[in-house]
Design a protein around this ligand. Structure first.
Ligand code: SF4
Ligand code: SF4
Length: 110
């Protein structure tokens, strides 16, 4: 399993009930990461993107690849974060999409 390292993409695009809206950087995010980390909502502590639960190479980390993938079972949510995305990760998602429903979100206008 990977770790988040310097990535904080999910804190900038996902809706956390009662904390932040979708596509909005959470107000609890500071330079060193989550300022309420020990007391962060369950929705935050339970969230794991596909990179985090995998052994994907570091270049596939959302802040580096430009793609955040959530869920990898019946349904995949793909958040495209910039134009210049990592093509090999995109190919991997396309392969998986033969078996799985892919829901795409475009966050390039953040
Ligand atoms: S997007 Fe994934 S790797 Fe990045 S901070 Fe969130 S869970 Fe961690
Ligand atoms: S509360 Fe912390 S972990 Fe949750 S979205 Fe905000 S900065 Fe991220």
């Amino acid at each position: 399993m990977n770790d988040c390292g310097e990535c904080n993409i999910c804190c900038t695009i996902l809706k956390v009930k009662g904390v932040t809206k979708a596509k909005e950087t959470c107000g609890n995010l500071c330079e060193s990461g989550c300022s309420i980390y020990e007391n962060r909502p369950d929705a935050c502590s339970h969230f794991k993107c596909a990179y985090l639960t995998s052994n994907w190479k570091e270049e596939f980390r959302p802040d580096k690849s430009g793609i955040m993938v959530a869920g990898f079972k019946k349904e995949i949510s793909v958040y495209r974060l910039k134009d210049d995305i990592n093509k090999s990760l995109f190919n991997l998602i396309e392969k998986a999409s033969n078996k799985t429903k892919v829901i795409g979100y475009d966050c390039r206008n953040l």
